[in-house]
Design a protein around this ligand. Structure first.
Ligand code: N01
Length: 529
């Protein structure tokens, strides 16, 4: 079977891409590993899973009707509600008939003679497509560190990103949670409320901001919907794709009273807009330290045991240089008598035993282990497919020293392969829905243009790619991101090249660049008839 396009993944990116390709009149097959739509929200069913972008902003903007008819029930959407939304979108736009579920794309090779991508799946499908479009997500390749002895543990163990659909009952159980990133920080308070005892194994304390989640106010929802056209434009033109009301002032120049006033009001408001308190927090180490110390002060206020408070206080990286977390009752959870915090930076985990977790200086009993240990981010899901471009070049080989793309949309030598929110684009530094829609719209425009001009192939020009990779690095160098050992840099995966993968130039500026490239006849791309 030959399609105009194969889309890999049916999360928010794959669903919207499918919808737009249909609009071009193309034949499309989408493959999805899960049994349903939703991508990250299909898999991440751990207790407390919630998006930390406000629900009204974490929703598609492409359809006025969809926007009008869907009602969000809370300020921040829970995983079940986001999944319901994804399912509603699939139904409303009749997407399922072109999606093959429970099917993983294992291999795709570019056939230069036929100018087709030859795609293989784990279900034995062998299809061809003019265009191959990956919508595989940035955080879908879950990772469990290879602790010695893990197989000897007789009880259940779960990764947050592969949570059982039927849920987990922790009542009466002793639970070990390994990892204190966004997933762990959301899950720990909810697990602690149910379990007999929770032991948290923390290697790096993270900065976390209160969500102050609450039921959606009908007036707020009405206000957003009434003004959605303008608000969406503001989001698209912003740095992170959200309404954050950025304060351009310098934290260094503000008086102590002014800083306290601004920080307190953002803290009370809740959510990530704290990071927009002052214009220099993300770029100036001293300004950053002022914001970081404010958060540490909050930790000391909330956590009653000063030693535990200090252990929870991040000191080895600037605030925001690792993904900022948003929580509900995270720090206060450590005031519970049935929660223990273990510092595995000082005494690392040495092995999992049949009765629990053993660190360099003690053994901690557990009946259940929760791995909140993260992902092989951005490149992991792409490299998990065996992708081969021109001349038999594999993507794994091409990216051996780190990902190389032009605009995060294409990689030279892989014609007609588009990577939605690929490395080198703002992706994970932004509201993903805004970045997804921007990429899908750009790709749709590009494919329509190629068709109208009877252009058979498009590929990134290696020189344009080199310049873009350099630009991505240069922009990252202006920020404090490279100062943390984060998954943005691949630092969480042993042996992964240390390269800052997303584009830190902001979604607004990036959109302008992409639009200019298109307006200039796809400058930096090689086209052939
Ligand atoms: O994963 P992470 P995550 N021994 O990589 C620790 C998005 N997200 O699933 O920091 C001991 O952030 C590791 O320690 P360290 C969001 O973009 C969004 O929590 O490497 N510990 C770290 O504490 C987020 O950033 C939402 O020292 C080990 C943790 O495991 C991204 O997903 C919700 C270890 C992994 O943290 C990933 O978040 C959830 C070891 N060997 C996720 N190996 C929302 O929208 C790893 N760790 C709210």
């Amino acid at each position: 079977m030959t399609y105009d396009a194969v889309v890999v993944g049916a999360g928010f990116a794959g669903m919207y891409m499918l919808h737009r390709l249909r609009g071009l009149g193309m034949s499309v097959r989408a493959y999805e590993t899960g049994a349903g739509v939703g991508g990250t929200w299909y898999w991440n069913r751990y207790p407390g899973a919630r998006c930390d972008v406000e629900s009204l902003q974490y929703s598609y903007s492409f359809s006025d009707e969809l926007q009008r008819e869907w009602e969000w029930s809370e300020r921040y959407p829970s995983q079940p509600e986001i999944l319901l939304y994804a399912e509603h979108v699939a139904d409303r736009f009749d997407l399922r008939r072109d999606i093959q579920f429970e099917t993983r794309v294992t291999r795709a090779a570019y056939d230069e003679t036929a100018n087709l991508w030859r795609v293989e799946t784990d279900r034995g499908d062998r299809v061809a497509a003019r265009y191959l479009i990956t919508a595989v997500g940035c955080l879908s390749a879950s990772r469990v560190p290879g602790f010695p002895g893990a197989a000897s543990f007789p009880g259940p163990s779960y990764h947050t990103g592969r949570w059982p659909h039927e849920g987990v009952d922790f009542t009466g159980r002793r639970v070990a949670v390994i990892g204190t990133g966004s997933s762990g920080i959301q899950a720990i308070p909810v697990i602690a409320a149910q379990a007999a005892h929770v032991t948290v194994f923390q290697r790096t304390p993270n900065y976390s901001l209160p969500a102050h989640n609450r039921p959606m106010e009908p007036e707020y929802q009405g206000w957003f919907k009434a003004g959605h056209a303008g608000l969406r434009t503001t989001m698209r033109e912003s740095a992170a794709g959200i309404l954050s009301d950025p304060n351009p002032d310098s934290a260094l120049e503000a008086s102590e009273e002014e800083r306290a006033r601004v920080f307190e009001s953002r803290w009370a408001k809740g959510g990530v807009s704290f990071m927009a308190s002052f214009g220099d927090i993300a770029v100036n180490p001293e300004a950053n330290e002022i914001a970081a110390e404010f958060v540490r002060g909050k930790i000391r206020e909330i956590v009653t045991d000063p030693e535990v408070a200090e252990l929870l206080s991040p000191r080895n990286h600037p605030i925001g240089s690792k993904r900022i977390c948003v929580d509900t009752g995270y720090y206060a959870t450590y005031n519970r008598p049935d929660v223990t915090l273990v510092d595995v930076r000082r005494a690392p985990i040495e092995e999992i035993t049949p009765t629990g977790v053993r660190t360099a200086d003690a053994e901690y009993p557990a009946d259940v282990i929760v791995y909140a240990t993260g992902y092989d981010a951005l490149t992991g899901p792409l490299l998990a497919m065996d992708l081969t471009g021109k001349g038999g070049l594999s993507l794994r080989r091409k990216w051996a020293a780190g990902p190389r793309t032009y605009l995060g949309l294409m990689t030279a030598g892989f014609p007609n392969l588009f990577t939605i929110t690929g490395p080198g684009s703002p992706s994970v530094l932004s509201n993903m829905i805004v970045s997804i829609e921007q990429h899908v719209d750009w790709i749709t425009g590009c494919l329509g243009w190629l068709r109208d001009g009877q252009v058979a192939t498009i590929d990134a020009d290696p020189l344009a790619e080199d310049a873009w990779v350099e630009h991505v690095n240069e922009v990252a160098g202006y920020t404090l991101f490279p100062r943390a050992d984060s998954w943005y840099l691949g630092a969480n995966i042993p042996g992964k090249p240390r390269v800052f993968m997303p584009y830190a130039g902001g979604v607004g500026a990036y959109r302008v660049l992409c639009d200019q490239v298109a307006a200039d006849g796809y400058r930096g791309f090689v086209l052939s008839a």
